[in-house]
Ligand binder design. Structure first.
Ligand code: COA
Length: 535
């Protein structure tokens, strides 16, 4: 493979300007992450600790193999919603390695409103299970939750992908051979009782874990019976009388060690094999990426400069380098794993779609995971392009992306707009993982374009009905649209609503992609197949 040559002058004015601009974005991102990862209010944390309980991230730390990383997902779920009363939506999810096995871990944070579930908590829990399903992974649920956040029941209870979906998924995952293991480390009440009850194996902590369909207040109200939580559904009851739980643990640490021991009973999977090379650092430092990302939202980042800072040895075997140059395609290795990279270098034309489709077919047949580097304003518009069949050729790429038989990982590096989002493996196209860089933007189109489109529609309407056009009113309307798009296009807004799997720093991208690819290898890739391409 050829080595890419960077043309960036890291002492140059342009680089310095971009670097300073992105550094302020990174600073804000780090501050927000730090604040959110503290969990619930101090009072609730003190109460939790006084009960001799570990915090969710501490529990996860003990659960995973020592010295291995935890790929935390959607840390900023529910950020800037609910007056920020639900940091991380009250649940920590991610991929960790337990006895060598990549595992989905879901841990309630009882310091956040008793670990209760709002809409984003459920979306996050279900997304974690989707990842388990898509990549054939076991799940560990570290249960410590008061169930549904009762004031918001209408948003969390009745619909297809609401609370009940968690239990449905557990049954389906179990049937598929993805072990479901619960550690009950606190409350597990009402519907939530089904999380341990639906698990293949269940551990419960003495004087701490409880499982019941109706808690003591409900029992008293319903039947008049007065009963303590421990008598109703504590560890003693469930491991000696009811049989709802299988293992009795003295404390959090003991429960976690029992869970790890359970993993020693799992038999190895038939994994997808890849030719994995010795990992190698890129020739150009990934920490330079903030200076590569153009501060000007209208300017495209040079994808070669990004690729040179992501791939092992900055090597890249480019495919069709001279053809349809607004889409860059080629093979590389990241931390030793082979990848097929598809990166934007301008708007998408019919030829770029054909090139992308051809490249995806290559990766499907060679069984190489795909990495999409999204920075796209959309497809080229205009009469020339429409009449020569842009939609026909664009649909080929969309088809190919939807039907890839190899895993796909999407990183939104800068802009993600319109149909370009779909063609570059946006969320609707089921990438195995999708992450955003903190300076990225995502919306149906740019705020300025949306403001202009709506202003034009309004002017046409008024003119057609013979009414006067008040340019002041039009300008006011445009400003409102710009402001709305500015707010809603932010990656923080996106991550808060689970439109992605999290925001990552550009310099962490190599590690994240490698963990993501390692995770996808727990399932053999399917044989290539495609739908009918419109010719
Ligand atoms: N819905 C809404 N809020 C809830 C809640 C629920 N199901 N369960 C707890 N909370 C809130 C509390 O009001 C409190 O809020 P605040 O901090 O604003 O005062 C916070 O969560 C912590 O609750 P608290 O009871 O002080 O904490 P705890 O650690 O002593 O007990 C629980 C936690 C979950 C065991 C206990 O609150 C409980 O039993 N909740 C009811 C559970 C239930 O019946 N759920 C059925 C829903 S399916």
């Amino acid at each position: 493979m050829y080595k890419l040559n960077s043309h960036i002058d890291t002492d140059g004015r342009e680089y310095r300007k971009n670097f300073v601009h992105y550094s302020s974005i990174l600073l804000h991102y780090r501050q927000v992450m730090q604040q959110v990862m503290q969990g619930g209010p101090e009072k609730a944390i003190d109460k939790h600790r006084a009960r001799n309980k570990l915090l969710p991230r501490e529990r996860i730390d003990l659960l995973i193999d020592p010295g291995t990383p935890f790929l935390e997902l959607s840390t900023l779920a529910a950020y800037e919603q609910y007056n920020n009363a639900f940091p991380s939506a009250g649940i920590v999810t991610g991929i960790g390695v337990i006895h060598g096995r990549e595992t989905v871990i879901v841990a309630n944070d009882a310091t956040v409103k008793g670990g209760t579930y709002v809409k984003e908590t459920i979306r996050k829990h279900i997304r974690a299970q989707e990842i388990a399903m898509q990549n054939n992974l076991p799940c560990v649920y570290m249960v410590d939750s008061g169930g549904v956040f009762l004031p918001n029941q209408a948003e969390v209870f009745p619909d297809r992908n609401d609370f009940g979906r968690i239990f449905f998924n557990q049954a389906r995952l179990s049937a598929k051979g993805c072990p479901q293991i619960s550690i009950v480390m606190g409350s597990s009440t009402a519907g939530g009782a089904y999380i341990p009850a639906m698990s293949d194996e269940c551990i419960i902590v003495k004087n701490q874990g409880t499982i019941f369909i109706g808690g003591p207040p409900l029992v008293k109200a319903a039947t008049g019976e007065v009963v303590t939580p421990e008598e109703l559904g504590g560890a003693e009851v469930h491991t000696t009388k009811s049989g709802v739980a299988d293992h009795f643990a003295e404390n959090d640490q003991h429960a976690i060690s029992i869970c790890r021991s359970t993993f020693e009973t799992l038999q190895p999977l038939e994994k997808q094999t890849l030719v994995i090379k010795e990992p190698e650092e890129p020739l150009y430092d990934p920490r330079e990426l903030p200076g590569i990302i153009e501060a000007d939202p209208k300017k495209q980042c040079n994808p070669y400069e990004i690729i040179a800072r992501l791939t092992d040895g900055s090597r890249f075997h480019e495919f069709k380098a001279r053809y349809a140059t607004t889409l860059v395609t080629g093979f590389a290795h990241i931390m030793g794993y082979p990848v097929g990279i598809i990166a934007n270098n301008g708007v998408l034309f019919a030829e770029s779609s054909l090139k992308g489709t051809h490249f995806i077919e290559l990766c499907n047949f060679r069984k190489i995971p795909l990495l999409f580097l999204q920075d796209i304003t959309g497809f080229m518009v205009g009469k020339t392009y429409e009449t020569s069949g842009l939609a026909r050729d664009g649909s080929k790429l969309v088809h190919a992306v939807a039907n890839t038989t190899v895993p796909k990982i999407t990183i939104i590096t800068k802009g993600s707009y319109g149909a370009g989002n779909y063609a570059m493996a946006g969320r609707a196209f089921d990438p195995n993982f999708l992450f955003m860089w903190p300076g990225a933007r995502i919306s149906v189109m740019g705020g300025e374009q949306a403001a202009n489109v709506l202003a034009q529609v309004k002017i046409d309407q008024l003119t057609a009905t013979g009414k006067p056009v008040n340019m002041e009113e039009i300008e006011k309307m445009k400003n409102e649209i710009r402001e709305k798009y500015e707010k809603e296009g932010s990656p923080f807004y996106s991550s808060s609503r689970l439109w992605d799997d999290g925001i990552i720093e550009p310099s962490q991208t190599r590690q994240v992609v490698a963990l993501a690819i390692a995770t996808t290898l727990n399932k053999r890739f399917e044989e290539p197949r495609s739908g009918i391409y419109r010719m």
